[in-house]
Design a protein around this ligand. Structure first.
Ligand SMILES: [Cu+2]
Length: 159
C-alpha cells in the first residue's frame, strides 16, 4: 500500500515537467515568428488588365500570410472607383462575397477566372503602363496599400 503511493509521485512530477516544457516550447515558437499571434500579410503579383471601358475593371494579386492567425480580406478602396466589390467564381458564375479568407500560414489567391476585385464606374480609364493605387482592408491586420500595375488586356502572369 505505502509503496504504491510513493511510486506514483515521480510519475506525476514527470507529467508536470513535461507540461512545463511543452508550454515553454510553445512560447518560444511564437516569439520566433516575431508575432504575437497576429496575421503577417504581404501582397505580391498584383496587376489589373487594361479595362476595355470605363464601366468595369478587375484586379488580381496574392496575399500571403506567414502568421499563425487567419485573416479575411474585407474590402478594397481606391480613387479609381467608389464601387469596389470582392467576387469569387464558382464554375463559370461569379458571385459577390463579403470577404475572402486569408488562411493562417497560407495564401489568398486572386486570379483571372477565380477570385477577383471588381471596380465599377471608373473615374477614368487606366492604360497599360500606368499604376492604380488600392488599399486592401482586412478583418484583423492593418490596411495594405498596393500600387497595382496596369497590364495589357490579354496579360497573363508568368507568360
Ligand atoms: Cu466579378
Amino acid at each position: 500500500m505505502n509503496r504504491r503511493t510513493t511510486a506514483l509521485a515521480p510519475v506525476s512530477r514527470r507529467i508536470a515537467l513535461g507540461a512545463a516544457l511543452a508550454l515553454t516550447a510553445g512560447l518560444a515558437l511564437t516569439g520566433c515568428g516575431g508575432a504575437d499571434g497576429k496575421p503577417q500579410l504581404s501582397v505580391s503579383g498584383a496587376y489589373m488588365p487594361q479595362p476595355i471601358t470605363e464601366q468595369m475593371a478587375g484586379a488580381y494579386f496574392v496575399v500571403k500570410n506567414t502568421g499563425s492567425t487567419a485573416d479575411k480580406l474585407t474590402s478594397v478602396t481606391s480613387d479609381l472607383s467608389k464601387d469596389i466589390t470582392l467576387h469569387k467564381t464558382t464554375g463559370n458564375k461569379m458571385e459577390q462575397v463579403d470577404s475572402l479568407p486569408v488562411p493562417a500560414n497560407g495564401e489568398l489567391t486572386l486570379s483571372a477566372g477565380g477570385n477577383h476585385v471588381m471596380f465599377m464606374g471608373l473615374t477614368h480609364k487606366p492604360t497599360a503602363g500606368q499604376k492604380v493605387t488600392v488599399e486592401l482592408h482586412f478583418a484583423t491586420a492593418d490596411p495594405v496599400k498596393v500600387e497595382v500595375p496596369v497590364k495589357p488586356a490579354d496579360y497573363r502572369p508568368g507568360k
